[in-house]
Design a protein around this ligand. Structure first.
Ligand code: SF4
Length: 355
């Protein structure tokens, strides 16, 4: 009974309060899928311009599947978690070639696509095809945790099943698209991590955390492990008015992106020496440091980097790559044609503020 009331109140609230977002103006499963992939780990305001640019260039699976990966990564540049882009690119190719360009509505077929896991499948199948699948992301877990005082930590993947089970019980099977979006929207706008706005929430009388004065204590979280900080040195190498860049291997962190060669500073080594050594080890080029450009700090999910960037001049050698998969000597005007990780974009912005 209480569940029926919660669903009803949620949907009424959502109808009045939902944000106007570009992916809510379409019922195209491909566009809904793209938006859900972009929204993983990323804020709505950040996603909007990326989504619009991406859809303009790749309006259907065929144009994405047929595109060069580098162009896809360029459209993803700055959004992070680049495996999402690589998987989406591969998956779009499969949809185009094996499903005639139509995003599969069958769970098995959709889940077989690269990058499609339980959350993406539930979100897309419910929103685009009206299938009764409960989508459980961080916002949903927070709302459920407070509504039902769930003691398990929201960031403990071993406890995910508990939230999934609760979400399945609460799901409105007759309106799964609106229902899933309503819970996510409540988590994004009202039941926010700190100081939830219970005064304007549609559910306070059903919410155990609110009734028991425990909204600050929920959701429970596992203490985050402290992340290591790596000291990196990178070389911006100039020769004949061109700059040397290398491409990272396609698999792994930042796979397929371009960067300035470099690597970890060893214990007892200074950053300048590390920069020259890394350049030589990874490309066989000899160079000398001409000046220090800047230190760039950047945080990834499981570690942070502090990267010292040096401007270097070529001395000798022919390129022989060990690690990177490709290289280019590029002019200043061409450099922004290549997709770079955010840390290297920060260095680039220091070097050429107007590019
Ligand atoms: S009453 Fe407060 S804590 Fe409970 S669901 Fe609403 S916003 Fe969240």
């Amino acid at each position: 009974m209480s569940e029926t009331l919660i669903r009803k109140k949620l949907l009424t609230w959502y109808k009045k309060n939902q944000r106007v977002l570009p992916w809510r103006k379409t019922d195209d499963p491909y566009r809904i899928w793209v938006s859900e992939v972009m929204l993983q780990q990323t804020r709505v305001a950040t996603v909007i311009p990326y989504y619009e640019r991406f859809i303009r260039r790749f309006p259907e699976p065929e144009s994405l599947g047929a595109a060069d990966l580098q162009e896809v990564l360029k459209h993803w540049e700055g959004l992070g978690y680049y495996a999402r882009a690589r998987n989406l690119h591969k998956a779009a190719g499969i949809v185009w070639k094996e499903h005639g360009g139509a995003v599969p509505s069958d769970d098995k077929d959709f889940l077989r696509l690269p990058g499609v896991g339980e959350y993406i499948a539930a979100a897309v199948l419910s929103i685009a095809f009206g299938k009764p699948r409960a989508a459980v992301d961080g916002n949903v877990k927070r709302v459920l945790s407070r509504l039902f005082l769930i003691p398990e930590a929201v960031n403990d993947s071993a406890k995910h099943k508990k939230f999934k089970k609760q979400a399945d019980t609460l799901l409105d099977v007759s309106r799964p698209a609106a229902y899933n979006q309503a819970v996510m929207e409540l988590g994004a706008l009202i039941c926010v991590p700190r100081n939830p706005e219970c005064a304007v929430c549609p559910l306070p009388e059903h919410c155990r955390a609110f009734r028991e004065g425990k909204t600050d204590e929920y959701p429970k979280r596992k203490a985050a492990k402290s992340v290591p900080v790596y000291h990196i040195a990178a070389a911006i190498l100039f020769h004949n008015e061109k700059i040397f860049i290398v491409r990272r291997q396609e698999k792994g962190l930042l796979g397929g992106l371009w960067e300035f060669p470099g690597g970890k500073v060893k214990k007892g080594e200074n950053a300048q020496a590390a920069c020259i050594r890394e350049l030589r080890e990874k490309t066989a080029l000899r160079a000398e440091v001409q000046s220090y450009l800047c230190r760039v700090k950047h945080a990834y999910t499981h570690f942070k980097i502090e990267m010292d960037v040096f401007l270097c001049a070529y001395i000798s050698g022919a390129v022989l790559l060990k690690g990177p998969t490709d290289y280019r000597w590029v002019r200043k005007a061409e450099i922004r044609d290549y997709p770079f990780p955010k840390s290297h974009l920060k260095a680039l912005a220091r070097l050429f503020p107007a590019v």
